[in-house]
Design a protein around this ligand. Sequence first.
Ligand code: SAM
Ligand code: DTB
Ligand code: SF4
Length: 323
Amino acid sequence: MHNATDLASLRALYDLPLPELMFRAQTVHRQHHDPAAVQLCTLQSIKTGRCQEDCKYCPQSAHNSTGLQPEPLLDTAEIVASAKQALSGGASRFCMGAAWREVKNGPQFDSVLASVRGVSDLGLEVCCTLGMLTQDQATRLKDAGCNVYNHNLDTSREYYPEIITTRTYDERLDTLAAARRAGLQVCSGGILGLGEKIEDRLNLLLELAALDPQPDSVPVNALVAVEGTPLEDQAPVDPIEFVRIIALARILMPKAMVRLSAGRTAMSPELQALCFMAGANSLFLGDRLLTTPNPERSSDFALLERLGMHPLVPESVSTCGQV
Ligand code: SAM
Ligand code: DTB
Ligand code: SF4
């Protein structure tokens, strides 16, 4: 077991020679996971753009002028059709994302609940990311068949106000607590490359690891610097720094699925392989994230094959439609 619960000891772990850090991360990884299995998730933007929040990284914020074409909430038939494609394309989890600040009760939320039911009935694991949630809304999602709620802390508590001013860190933690109390699995992570210091990345990991219980999955996004956002000129994250953070996420949160999320189009196959060796075991499959590009499905399958790795098939999902 690690004992890095404070910044100084986490920094010491971060600064280990890379082979030593990798060995420690791999040792933890093998105690809880098959090191050859990768969870394949698919993302679907179910409501795109015109979001009231001012997240500086986000192409969907109404505060940013990215030229993004907004799209109203997709109806249940469209979402279920897309989930069927995801299933036959080899995904085991379907994640629906809405550019909302928070969920509002009414016909739109009712429609999302119907979509959750429809996707769950296909045998896919269902994840939603819809912004802030009340306790009652979290329970309604769970009752409709939603398995997981994604809501990211994004960065450290200290750096957060540089990135978002329209909702607080504690509001994010409240949403995560509501999801947990409703019996939903919690998916929460962050973004690297927002201009934060190494200490901010470590503090983000400490915040996530201090959640009790810890998140079931931890998406680690590399900023996709989108033109028209205040972060359009941010330099890309150093790849070795990225790998070190993946290794620490694995060591601090042994049971979590650590997801290589946004930013993979800019990552070489070798870097992604290093991330898998450092303990990443999940990715988004399909040529689009919410609004930005992601590697082609076929190139991801080719990569897994080159690495001798295979898709993780969750026990709850039948193998029907899987590759
Ligand atoms: N609106 C909801 C919310 O913010 O919780 C759900 C969708 S939001 C797009 C989900 C997550 O995507 C954000 O928390 C952020 O971590 C990530 N994200 C958004 N834009 C990104 C970008 N340009 N690069 C990397 N990650 C990004
Ligand atoms: C997460 O942490 N990353 C995904 C998912 N959760 C919802 C979203 C990434 C979005 C990247 C920017 C875009 O495509 O709009
Ligand atoms: Fe809205 Fe989510 Fe984008 Fe923030 S990250 S602007 S809340 S869609």
